[in-house]
Design a protein around this ligand. Structure first.
Ligand code: GAR
Length: 206
């Protein structure tokens, strides 16, 4: 059986990309990262991909380029790798339907907050600020499908709650969030990429 093909989109450090690369390499996730696409030339994740021997592609938005035109160009680049799954792992651009309509039920996003909370950028810092004013005691991470242009919103595939130790620091909280998202993203992709038996194949109940 051929292994599912994953294309990871990044904009920065790529620590979540690294978790996925490691899980695919070890066999924990039965899939292959076939390409890493970045919208930023200085994204450290590109170096991680190259170190893992994975093809990289830079698709940078030109200043005079419409969002729709850029997204259509991005879609062509991503489609050229024939992905089964497209994983947004620290991809910091909103994708329009010019991109999303080409990959229905195939785009997976990771966000460092729980469903319905703290959409957009700086979610970790905002959760921490709320803990310091006494309005928040926990946050978390989620992985969800991206059906449309909703921001960090869509059918939820997995969540992990992360308690906030208000006597800690933003750095310790951020580390806890990142640890949780590395584990959750790998767990969700492992589930998505694992062959599922149909009731016929499972045989009679024992
Ligand atoms: C991660 O915390 C991810 O959840 C977040 O960007 C970071 C990327 O880290 N994404 C969002 O905030 C999306 N709204 P990484 O580059 O080290 O994987």
């Amino acid at each position: 059986m051929t292994r599912p093909r994953i294309v990871v989109l990044i904009s920065g450090s790529g620590s979540n990309l690294q978790a996925v690369l490691d899980a695919c390499h070890s066999g924990a996730t039965p899939a292959d990262v076939v390409a890493v696409v970045s919208n930023r030339a200085d994204a450290y994740g590109l170096e991680r991909a190259e170190a893992a021997g994975v093809t990289t592609e830079l698709v940078i938005k030109r200043d005079d380029e419409d969002r729709a035109v850029y997204d259509a160009r991005l879609a062509v680049a991503v489609a050229s790798f024939a992905p089964d799954w497209i994983v947004l792992a620290g991809w910091m651009r909103l994708l329009s339907m010019e991109f999303l309509s080409l990959f229905p039920d195939r785009v997976v996003n990771l966000h460092p907050a729980l469903p319905g909370e703290l959409a957009g950028t700086q979610a970790i810092e905002r959760a921490w600020s709320e803990s310091q004013t006494g309005t928040r005691t926990e946050s978390g991470v989620m992985v969800h499908l991206v059906p449309d242009e909703g921001v960090d919103d869509g059918p939820v595939l997995g969540t992990t709650v992360v308690p906030i130790d208000a006597s800690g620091t933003l750095e310790t909280f951020a580390t806890a969030i990142h640890d949780a998202e590395h584990a959750l993203l790998v767990d969700v992709l492992t589930e998505l990429c694992s062959p599922h038996l149909t009731p016929d194949q499972e045989g009679p109940p024992s």
